[in-house]
Design a protein around this ligand. Structure first.
Ligand code: NAI
Ligand code: HPV
Length: 390
């Protein structure tokens, strides 16, 4: 029986992937084999030594201490692209909220609740509506910072709306580059992008390199009257710099998924409660993908969509499967194979891959007689984790 501990509300569609015959799943489970979560922060959680894998049902893994888990050989998964459409659609709402008097207009209508005569209400609103006029998105320039799963969808959407699109992504993967429309113009750097865009939407991960990417210096380069949209993370912007840029009208508005106390009471900030991925569809997609990745890892040792381990998968043979992870240094695989040879264990198939400081191996072997072989592999220098899967 495998045990899965959950944090946050995980879609039932994903939880259903764990069959009752093989899995116990719940938020109160002790000594879990894997953790399944959304945005819950794991940095202050004491992790049971039994944990083999952590799956983030979502994109951002800044709530998981990935480096610390890598040291322990814990595989961390995310679900790339599974909630990208949900975020893209909310970015569209963000762009519209930033360009039209939607929020102020709706708020104004609410203030007229004591006008009970319909024709008087209509007359009043017709006279006042000029206060809520805006601009169209068509023909304006949208800058997209980060052109991954979400950024590329936002680019397609903006092009379909008749916007010009400029992108910046110094770490663009080849796969993401293939996905990207050739109509997206490339900015040489962030400042060049900010200088020419009417709207800028942020779609980068929260990592050290992107901390306060949008700061005082960056905003000083921005085109006057720019609207900034942030459905990425709070740490990407310096909130004080945002407030200063709004005050001196460099920024026209800031539309985001991450409220901060300094934004309270400002009509030029529209802040939502981190709901970019909160759609039934995205929650299902993420939960199903995360659950399937955990299952394939626990039952077969296969790794797909990990943020710290290489992608490794091998079809099952008859016999037993040994999986082990190790520091990516010479001789470890050779020493493990010697352990097997010394114990007369025949290897049927194997795969070995590395990523950064970590290496990961799947070995399919004929049925073993000696139950101590796994412990002997665990004792090999630089081996981090080892597991036998029947
Ligand atoms: N508001 C919400 O509910 C949600 C927020 N997010 C946030 O959006 C982020 C992006 O998500 P995805 O597009 O799915 O991830 P992704 O990994 O597909 O794309 C991120 C892109 O950012 C690029 N990038 C990295 N550093 C950069 C830098 N310094 N400058 C410019 N580009 C850089 C990467 O090369 C990559 O192409 C997530 O990490 C998460 O923080 C994601 C989903 C939901
Ligand atoms: O996928 C992401 O990075 C998100 O920010 C979504 O967070 P959530 O799963 O809605 O708590």
């Amino acid at each position: 029986m495998y045990k899965i501990k959950t944090f946050n509300q995980i879609s039932v569609k994903g939880l259903e992937r764990f069959t009752r015959a093989k899995y116990e799943v719940g938020s109160e489970i002790g000594n879990p084999d894997a953790i399944l979560l959304r945005s819950h922060k794991l940095h202050n959680e004491t992790l049971d030594t039994t944990v083999l894998a952590v799956a983030r049902a979502g994109a951002g893994v800044n709530n998981v201490p990935v480096a610390q888990y890598s040291e322990k050989g814990i595989v961390v998964f995310n679900t790339p692209g599974a909630n990208a459409n949900a975020v893209k659609e909310l970015v569209l709402a963000g762009l519209l909220l930033g360009s039209r008097g939607i929020k102020t207009g709706i708020d104004h209508v609410k203030t007229l609740h004591n006008v009970t005569d319909a024709s008087e209400l209509h007359k009043t609103l017709e006279a006042q509506k000029k206060q809520f006029a805006g601009n169209e998105l068509m023909g304006k320039t949208l800058g997209i910072v980060g052109l991954g799963a979400i950024g590329s969808l936002v680019a397609d959407m903006a092009l379909a709306l008749g916007m010009k699109v400029v992108g910046y992504d110094p770490a663009l993967s080849i796969e993401a580059a293939w996905r990207l429309s050739s109509n997206v113009q490339k900015a040489e750097n962030l400042h060049a992008l900010l200088a020419r865009c009417d709207y800028v939407s942020l779609h980068v991960p929260a990592i050290e390199a992107t901390h306060h990417l949008i700061n005082k210096e960056a905003l000083a380069q921005a085109k006057s009257g720019m609207t900034l949209v942030n459905f990425a993370r709070e740490s990407i912007v310096d909130p004080e710099a945002i407030v200063a840029a709004l005050d001196n009208t460099k920024l026209k508005g800031y539309i985001c998924d991450f409220p901060e106390p300094v934004f309270y009471g400002r009509s030029d900030v529209i802040a939502m409660p981190h709901i970019g991925a909160s759609t039934a569809e995205a929650e299902e997609n993420c939960a199903i993908m995360a659950a399937e990745q955990i299952i394939d890892y626990l039952e077969n040792g296969n790794i797909k969509n990990s943020v710290n381990f290489p992608a490794v998968s091998m079809a099952r043979c008859d016999g037993q499967r040994i999986i082990f992870s190790n520091n990516n240094v010479p001789k470890v695989l050779g020493n493990v194979l010697s352990v097997l040879a010394d114990n007369n264990v025949n290897v049927i198939d194997m795969v070995n891959k590395s990523r950064g400081d970590l290496a990961y191996n799947i070995l399919d072997v004929e049925q073993m007689e000696n139950g101590d072989v796994i412990q002997e592999i665990a004792n090999v220098e630089h081996v981090k984790t080892v597991r036998l899967i029947d």
